[in-house]
Design a protein around this ligand. Structure first.
Ligand code: RB5
Length: 155
């Protein structure tokens, strides 16, 4: 994946709304994720904000740097819907660490969306670990299907 120029860490953009803020802070500081250099795009407190605003900031950073992202809101649903409206962003709400592997291997997601209120920090950290340690399989069956998604985008 995307290696930092100054270290061997993977650069990952991370953003949330207020309902994901506490979870975001726990994720950024967890030693199990020290192989990731998190670039925090906000929000920066528990004050109420609108998840589409942070989805757009996160999406722009991911696309500009051809990188990857972690997005968090209360359920993960709202921020994932907003992210998927940006061409070139592919995300889904992931609640299970095994599915996190398949989300990279089969679906080649570039952003993992998480719940701040209905998942534990431990579960989300396992999801992130699995997501960023897995690569896209490059299996022609999966490539064909992802290309069909891109065809739908063009219609
Ligand atoms: C905010 O209260 C909440 O609606 C939001 O974080 C998210 O869960 C939306 O899908």
């Amino acid at each position: 994946m995307n290696k930092s120029e100054t270290s061997s860490k993977i650069n990952v953009y991370i953003g949330s709304d207020h309902a994901g803020y506490d979870m975001k802070q726990k994720i950024i500081s967890d030693p199990r994720l020290s192989f990731i250099n998190f670039i925090d795009v906000g929000t920066n407190s528990n004050d109420s904000v609108d998840y589409p605003d942070y989805a757009e900031i996160l999406a722009n950073n991911v696309l500009k740097n051809n990188g990857y992202g972690v997005a968090i809101c209360g359920t993960g649903i709202g921020i994932s819907i907003a992210l998927n409206k940006v061409k070139g962003i592919y995300t889904a709400v992931i609640n299970d660490p095994e599915i996190a592997k398949l989300a990279r291997e089969h679906n080649n997601l570039n952003v993992v969306s998480l719940s701040g209120r209905f998942s534990t920090a431990d579960n989300n950290i396992k999801i992130i670990e699995n997501f960023f340690k897995e690569n896209f399989s490059n299996d022609p069956r999966h490539l064909k299907r992802l290309n069909k998604i891109k065809d739908i985008e063009k219609k």
